[in-house]
Structure formats: structure tokens, C-alpha cells
Design a protein around this ligand. Structure first.
Ligand code: MLT
Length: 411
């Protein structure tokens, strides 16, 4: 008799974004003809840039001729040209990587969900609270948690590290020993960015305990302040304790195209496993479960990392960051308290008048016709906060801010 993975039954509810989508569809069914302004999921809206289009077309062209056609890659961890382009990309931050340390994938979401599978089930997981829901949900599914406690909004056995106004939305290491630590900077959802000093504290903590930091750098291209680290490997010692995950989604508009990467350093050490073992495990995992990112898409990724591609992608980043400024300033003019949106494409606002995150979601949807993301969907410390995404057409963003001004000012 087959049985199910009953860990799924522990999950507190549906995955956050489909749940928002369900509520939005219901609203639209009840209010046909109303135009909604969507600042919810961080979904890119602007067209791919010319250099990237040329790269993708060149990838297609190679498949059009028997002489240049390729099928399965020899190694599903990425094409050499793609890895070399990423190696060069890291050199810009004075980070040197072996090609074997770079694993190309179909995105940061699958990598941040799958990476836990190479670690023992007994590892204690620590997450920033609030956090991108994939980190917690995948560890729950794997069996690294107890039941969901509706009273605290937490899964038993997972260590939640509150990210609040008081700590600048970046946590200090906890008192207890934790083994797998998920850090995201620039942070989704709070828009906070860790400083080098803050990351150093974590690196020292992890090295002293042979813990592993899973560093999600998917939004690093949005950092404008040159003093802030764009890769954890800019810090000494990080290769001994950190895996970095990143993405082309937001910077190159690949949310639908799908391309990302993980760096698993050879120097990484964990309890009972020598240097090189974790790197080998991830290669083994990827070669078993994955046949590699699309070769066409990798050609697009190489183009995105070329000088011309980087310049154009910077144009996309600037476009979305101008949206972030419009949202942040627009809300601040209305006396809302906002964070983020300076080195990150998310604005994290305090809900007014003590409204819960979901109450504010409903208010914004029904009165201003704006869709955002309730902070509590990212963890219990997100209660009383709300996330607005800067990904969208500039005209829609302007309209959304105007609509909030016109409809919510007197709430
Ligand atoms: C978000 O809105 O949090 C992200 O766009 C979701 C994702 O990248 O999967």
C-alpha cells in the first residue's frame, strides 16, 4: 500500500502566492471590469534586452543545424561557457571561484528548495522571520520540523530569528546551536541589506559551529551602495561555511525564462564530512534529479553577463528601482512608515492603525484596487507589515500610488 509524505499535512496552508492569486481571482469574479494594479509577487514586466535576445536567438540557431546541435549536456551542472561567464562575474567583486564550484540551474527557487536535501534530517534550521516561504516549507516537507503551531505561527523545531525595526531587519545569531541558516540579502521581503560587519558575525558563528549558511543573493543586482556586499564570498572565511544561491530572474527579466545558479565551495566543511564532500553531494544530487538548464536559456544567460548585457540589465534594475522610489516616497508622503526600496526592489511598510496584514490586504484590494503581499505570509514577525513590489510598469506603479493616496488617506 502506498502512503503519502505526511509532512505535507503539516503545512499551515497553501503556498503564499497562489493563495493571494486565489483571493484576487475571487475579487475579479465579483468585480468584473475593475483594473487591478499588481504589486504583489515580484514578477518582472519589462521586455528582455537586445543583447539577451541576441544570445537566446544564437542559442536557437545552434540547435537549427546538425553541426552545432546539442542535446543533453555532458554534465547537468551547467555549460562551461556559462560557468566561465559567472566566474568572471564574481571576479568583479574580487571573488575567485573554480568552475566546479558553480552549478547552473533553472532558478534560485528550486535551488533554495532543493539544497536542504543534501543535509541530514537532524539539522536544526534557522530562518529570518519574515522570510521567503520556500526555506521553511521545504524543510517542513523534508521532515525537519514538528507541527505548525497556529498560536505562534511557527513550526516546532524551526528557529525563527525575528527581523524587526529594532534590529534593522537583520538578526544576530541565536543563543542555541543551529545547523542550516538561511540568510537573504537584499532581503525578501523586508528590503534590508546586510552589511559586511553583519555578515562577518554570521560567518564567525557558522565557522565556529560547522554550521552552513545558505545565502540567497537573488536580489544582489539591486544594491546601489558600493559598501554593501553583493556576495557573501566578499567576506573572508565565507567559503568554509556558505553556499550562495542567485538568479537571473529579476535582473535580466528571466522570471519566465528560468535561470539561476548556486555556488558550493570546495572549502565548505560540515560535521563528519571533509572539504569537497558537500560540493560533490550537490553535483550528485543535480546530476540525479536534473538534466541541466535549457541550453538556449544558458546562451541567453551568457549574453546577460557580457559587458553589453550587464549594461542593459542595469537599465532594467534602474527602471524597477525608480518604481521603488516612487512607491517609497509616495507612501512616506502619506505618513506611512516604510523600509527597504533603496537597495532592494521591495518596500516593507507598516500597516496603518494596527490593521493585520491580511486586513490591510483586503482594504487595499477592495478600496484602492492594489494587490500587495501580506507580511504575515512570510512569517509571524511579518504580522502588521505589508510588502509592495517595485516590479511593474512605471505607469501602473504611479497609478497604484495615486490610488492608495486617493482611497486610503483617510482610513
Ligand atoms: C516574491 O515575490 O517573493 C518572489 O518573486 C517569488 C519568487 O521569486 O519565487
Amino acid at each position: 500500500m502506498a502512503t503519502i509524505n505526511s509532512n505535507y499535512d503539516k503545512l499551515g496552508g497553501g503556498y503564499l502566492f497562489p493563495e493571494i492569486g486565489r483571493r484576487v481571482r475571487q475579487f475579479q469574479a465579483e468585480h468584473p471590469g475593475v483594473k487591478l494594479l499588481k504589486l504583489g509577487i515580484g514578477n518582472t514586466t519589462e521586455a528582455l534586452t537586445p543583447a539577451v535576445i541576441d544570445g537566446l536567438l544564437a542559442g536557437v540557431e545552434r540547435l537549427a543545424h546538425v553541426e552545432t546541435y546539442t542535446g543533453y549536456a555532458d554534465d547537468s551542472t551547467g555549460e562551461t561557457e556559462m560557468k566561465k561567464a559567472l566566474q568572471l562575474f564574481y571576479r568583479r567583486f574580487n571573488v575567485s571561484l573554480d568552475l566546479a564550484e558553480i552549478f547552473v540551474s533553472d532558478g534560485a527557487k528550486p535551488d533554495s528548495g532543493n539544497i536542504q536535501s543534501i543535509f541530514g534530517i537532524e539539522n536544526v534550521v534557522a530562518v529570518q522571520d519574515p522570510a521567503y516561504p520556500v526555506y521553511v516549507d521545504t524543510n517542513v516537507i523534508a521532515g525537519r520540523s514538528g507541527a505548525f503551531d497556529a498560536r505562534t505561527g511557527q513550526y516546532q523545531g524551526i528557529i525563527y530569528m525575528p527581523c524587526t525595526q529594532e534590529n534593522g531587519f537583520f538578526p544576530q545569531p541565536p543563543e542555541e546551536k543551529v545547523d542550516l541558516i538561511y540568510l537573504c540579502s537584499p532581503n525578501n521581503p523586508t528590503g534590508a541589506v546586510a552589511t559586511k560587519e553583519q555578515l562577518k558575525i554570521w560567518i564567525d558563528y557558522a565557522r565556529a559551529r560547522q554550521s552552513v549558511i545558505i545565502f540567497d543573493a537573488a536580489y544582489s543586482a539591486f544594491i546601489k551602495d558600493a559598501t554593501l556586499p553583493r556576495s557573501i564570498y566578499e567576506l573572508d572565511g565565507a567559503k568554509e561555511c556558505a553556499i550562495e544561491i542567485s538568479s537571473f530572474s529579476k535582473v535580466a527579466g528571466f522570471t519566465g525564462v528560468r535561470l539561476g545558479w548556486a555556488v558550493v565551495p570546495q572549502a565548505l566543511v560540515v560535521e563528519g564530512a571533509p572539504a569537497g564532500k558537500v560540493n560533490w553531494l550537490w553535483a550528485r544530487r543535480q546530476n540525479t534529479f536534473f538534466n541541466g538548464a535549457s541550453n538556449i536559456v544558458q546562451a541567453g544567460g551568457v549574453a546577460a553577463l557580457s559587458d553589453a548585457g550587464q549594461k542593459e540589465c542595469q537599465g532594467l534594475v534602474d527602471y524597477y528601482m525608480n518604481n521603488a522610489r516612487v512607491i517609497r516616497e509616495g507612501l512616506q508622503n502619506l505618513d506611512y512608515i516604510c523600509y527597504g526600496g533603496v537597495n532592494a526592489p521591495y518596500i516593507w511598510m507598516k500597516t496603518p492603525h494596527g490593521l493585520s496584514s491580511w486586513e490591510f490586504f483586503d482594504l487595499l484590494l477592495h478600496d484602492a484596487h492594489v494587490v500587495g503581499t501580506p507580511g504575515v505570509g512570510f512569517g509571524p514577525s511579518g504580522e502588521g507589515y505589508f510588502r509592495l513590489s517595485a516590479f511593474g510598469h512605471a505607469a501602473d506603479i504611479e497609478q497604484a500610488v495615486a490610488s492608495i493616496r486617493d482611497h486610503l488617506k483617510r482610513q
